[in-house]
Design a protein around this ligand. Structure first.
Ligand code: AMP
Length: 426
């Protein structure tokens, strides 16, 4: 099947081919014709399936066919749970709309609203937004939703998880009743079904499973070593393998910062991305990573959700997550939309339990290797003793700084995840 056979215009086909896509993904094959027929859609699709193009392409076709009003009211609204996803969706909208006369912009919180208000004033056809900032700017009368013809709720399950249900309901009430609604969600809980039932009209159900299942497209490997050798092992793998665009997961924000700094010392360009970073810093890190200026992105699980980095060849788990499902999410970031990827886990003896949980979930054993010079020699007891000693030392440091004496650990005042932090210090 080709994009052309889906009924898309030449201007859109040109943008698609410029982007390098040749075949529509399963969700695109199913969703595009239905959206073009102006039907409501209830789609089960997660990141990695090509869902963004699945709703953006037909939306652009509909909007560019219609009569363009002078004042350019908002005709399509795409709601997303996170700033990162919003920024990503806008990027895709811009890519696909290169050859059509459609204006688009994104608004989200955590950054100055004034530039957003100024751009809104100039008129915009497609608005990508997170719920909070949208309501905020609406209450300031910086935007109107009274001309919205198409509404997309992207990653609706995550929006509900993040407590946006009330905001969504408020937003729905601000739009004309007659409009096309598209709801995308990875899961279908009772709440999602209720929400869908409350505003979708005779929706067509569209389903797509992610293209890469862990067992098929992602090669997975565990390297065993001592905790204290993990960084050296990561440096060796990246340098000797000449790896570009590596995403590394750590369990804590401080762990991410520390590893990123150590990589920089080893002359591997790197940036950390986590919840304590400002929006500006996160966007900059992601842009640097995508452009190839930053070779390694070190992220926590939460920060990485919703990041869209196409065709990521390498994912490294610097520490395994304690929730096996998070492992599957992490490694799902490699081999997007058809390409193969490699997921490496650097595992110390205290993480054995996590390995077992992951293997149980996957229903397969993970291939394990030990590299020369990185042999694991620590016993579990030794690791636990070290952790306890570090924790005690950290507590003493904190006590000292509280008493006004000089702390042996100047960073401690910033440490919120204290126990995790102490556990990981050497
Ligand atoms: P999404 O699920 O929308 O986040 O898309 C996942 C990734 O697949 C993105 O990097 C897209 O750029 C890419 N992609 C989307 N559609 C196609 C396609 N038809 N062929 C190849 N890659 C695609």
């Amino acid at each position: 099947m080709s994009f052309k056979s889906l009924g898309l215009s030449d201007a859109l086909l040109k943008a698609i081919s410029k982007k390098g896509y040749t075949t529509p993904s399963p969700i695109q094959q199913k969703a595009i014709p239905v959206v073009l027929e102006r039907k409501d859609v209830l789609a089960s699709a997660q990141t990695g399936t090509g869902k963004t193009a699945g709703f953006t392409l037909p939306m652009l076709q509909i909007l560019s066919n219609g009569h363009q009003q002078r004042n350019r009211p908002i005709r399509a609204l795409i709601l997303t749970p996170t700033r990162e996803l919003a920024a990503q969706v806008l990027e895709d909208v811009k890519t696909y709309s290169e050859f059509v006369d459609i204006r688009s912009m994104v608004i989200f919180g955590g950054v100055n609203a004034n530039p957003q208000i100024r751009t809104l004033r100039q008129g915009v056809d497609i608005l990508v937004a997170t719920p909070g900032r949208l309501l905020d700017l609406h209450s300031q009368k910086a935007l109107s939703l009274s001309s919205v013809e198409i509404l997309v709720l992207d990653e609706a399950d995550r929006m509900l998880d993040m407590g946006f249900l009330r905001d969504i309901k408020k937003i729905l009430a601000l739009m004309p009743k007659r409009r096309q609604n598209l709801l995308f969600s990875a899961t279908f809980s009772k709440e999602i079904k209720q929400l869908a039932g409350s505003f979708l009209h005779h929706p067509v159900m569209v389903e797509a499973t992610p293209e890469n299942t862990t067992a098929e497209k992602v090669s997975q490997k565990v390297y065993r070593t001592n905790k204290s050798r993990k960084t050296d092992l990561v440096v060796k793998l990246i340098s000797e393998g000449d790896w570009e665009q590596v995403l590394i997961f750590t369990r804590t924000k401080h762990g991410a910062n520390r590893l990123s700094q150590k990589l920089e010392k080893a002359r591997i360009t790197s940036a950390a991305i986590h919840g304590n970073k400002s929006q500006g810093a996160r966007t900059k890190a992601l842009a640097g990573f995508k452009s190839g200026k930053v070779r390694v992105l070190v992220a926590t699980d939460i920060a990485a959700r919703g990041l869209d980095i196409p065709l990521l060849p390498h994912v490294i788990n610097y520490e395994l997550p304690n929730i096996p499902e998070d492992y599957v999410h992490r490694i799902g970031r490699t081999g997007r939309a058809g390409a193969s990827g490699e997921a490496i886990s650097i595992v110390s003896v205290d993480e054995n339990e996590y390995v077992r949980g992951i293997e149980k979930l996957l229903g397969q054993k993970l291939e394990t290797e030990v590299l020369e010079g990185f042999e694991p020699t620590e016993s579990l007891q030794e690791v636990l003793d070290k952790k306890a000693a570090n924790k005690a030392q950290n507590q003493r440091g904190r006590q000292n700084s509280r008493n006004g004496s000089k702390s042996t650990r100047p960073n401690n005042s910033n440490n919120r995840g204290k126990s995790q932090n102490s556990r990981r210090r050497k």
